[in-house]
Design a protein around this ligand. Structure first.
Ligand SMILES: *Cc1c(COP(=O)(O)O)cnc(C)c1O
Length: 430
């Protein structure tokens, strides 16, 4: 059969994320996708619990996003952004400025999340250079962070999770504070910030910026922490002359229950990265926003030129789809949708907490995480096939089984996802 040939070719020749071509793992061919369902080449339909890595918040094959893309193709798919501009980029930037905190008034359109982080880091270092403080070029972040796979982003991601030992000599050496542990502001203890505070006090003459994923640490371990930590970080950054970069590439656009996670702490970053859900999962696009302080600071040495400009910067097709996706989001009852998902995840996942192999179950917004005591590595020969056989798409990593479905998922489909997690846990308990 043709699809078997395809899979054989794929296994032999194509890199997949975090994979080996020499020893390929199980892979499924998707032929189409609609709503929350992926259709596989073998005819099966499975429910997507991953939103294609936090991105397809409105579901697949959305008529309005399709129409926006087709319309834009007939006008202009791409034109260079150097010296030229266009309506989709202007409209999108307007929308981003409007929906983010008031001080964030400037937009750099990047081509992926990792690149938006690179740009944020460049902005911060260039800011201090222009202030006559070229020694301030290190970043301070926290353990279990993930900010992307390019070298700048990798250098601020957790050294152990990111397998930094391989790249030790090429990665910039940044500062890592212990990860926050406090889950609720009511339980706040000063201990949680003391390691961070010590680092920022000792090293502030060499720190350009702090970079954090607010409230939810994603690919670094699916860990949650309380808003008070962010308030403390913001205050320490102000006290010690350090810029604050928030990476909302995963948390942005409603996933944690507020449009942006920083809103829950009532703070504002100097620089903000967004991506993933920005185009509703249609294509790659990200953005780095910043405030007056950063823009004027960079201009202080006379030029104000930010030395970054990808070939496909501000791609009109991606910007047009992003505009439509943001319109869809703002016209929808996303807050209610995320809250409904959260309630159902709490009801249906929390009972697994009592199982012996389960270390922790946690839910924030439309994110549900089951953390096990043991890593799943030794089960990876049968587990991916078992999961698809349950009619779902869930991709566990390390000791984590987690879901973050499209916001449009209905109650029954979400129950299929949480039920599949139950079956995985049962199977693992045998
Ligand atoms: C996914 C992610 C990135 C990287 O985005 P890419 O588009 O994959 O380059 C950066 N930061 C966070 C928090 C992410 O979740």
């Amino acid at each position: 059969m043709e699809f078997q040939d395809n899979l054989q070719f794929d296994a032999k020749h194509i890199w997949h994320p975090y994979s080996s071509v020499a020893r390929p793992s199980v892979i499924h061919e998707v032929i189409s996708a609609n709503g929350v369902r992926l259709k596989l080449a073998d005819g099966r339909e499975i429910i997507d619990g991953m939103s294609s890595w936090w991105s397809t918040i409105h579901g697949y094959n959305h008529p309005r996003l399709n129409a926006a893309a087709k319309m834009q193709i007939d006008h202009m798919s791409h034109v260079m952004f150097g010296g030229l501009t266009h309506q989709p980029a202007i409209e999108l930037s307007r929308k981003l400025i409007e929906m983010t905190a008031e001080p964030l008034q400037y937009v750099f359109l990047a081509d992926s999340g990792s690149i938006s982080v690179e740009v944020a880091i460049k902005m911060a270092i260039q800011y201090w250079f222009a202030q006559g403080k070229p020694k301030k070029q290190r970043l301070l972040t926290i353990r279990n962070a993930y900010h992307g796979d390019t070298f700048g982003a990798m250098a601020v991601s957790d050294p152990e999770n990111g397998m930094h030992s391989m790249f030790e000599h090429v990665l910039a050496k940044h500062l890592f504070a212990p990860e926050p542990t406090c889950q609720n502001d009511e339980d706040w203890q000063d201990d949680d910030i003391s390691g961070f505070r010590q680092l920022i006090i000792e090293h502030n003459d060499e720190i350009a910026a702090v970079i954090l994923e607010p409230l939810v640490q994603g690919a670094g371990g699916m860990r949650f922490y309380c808003p008070e930590y962010l308030r403390q970080v913001r205050a320490l950054c102000d006290q010690h002359n350090v810029l604050l970069i928030l990476d909302e590439i995963a948390t942005g656009f409603g996933r944690t229950g507020s449009l942006f996670a920083y809103e829950q702490a009532d703070i504002c970053p100097d620089i903000l990265c967004v991506g993933k859900a920005l185009t509703g999962g249609y294509m790659t696009l990200a953005a780095t926003l910043c405030n007056d302080k950063v823009v004027n600071g960079i201009a202080a040495d006379g030029s104000g030129v930010l030395m970054h400009g990808p070939t496909f910067m501000g791609n009109p097709l991606a910007c047009r789809v992003a505009c439509e996706s943001l319109d869809l989001l703002m016209e929808s009852d996303w807050q209610q949708q995320v809250e409904t998902i959260e309630t159902q995840l709490i009801n249906e996942l929390m009972p697994y907490q009592s199982m012996n192999l389960v270390k922790d179950v946690r839910v924030k917004g439309a994110i549900g995480v089951v953390e096990l005591h043991q890593p799943l590595d030794e089960h990876m020969d049968w587990l991916p096939t078992f999961i698809v056989d349950q009619g779902v798409w869930i991709r566990p990593f390390r000791n984590l089984i987690y879901i973050m479905p499209p916001y449009i998922i209905n109650e029954d489909d979400l129950t299929v996802l949480t039920g599949a997690i139950a079956k995985i846990l049962e199977q693992l308990s045998r």
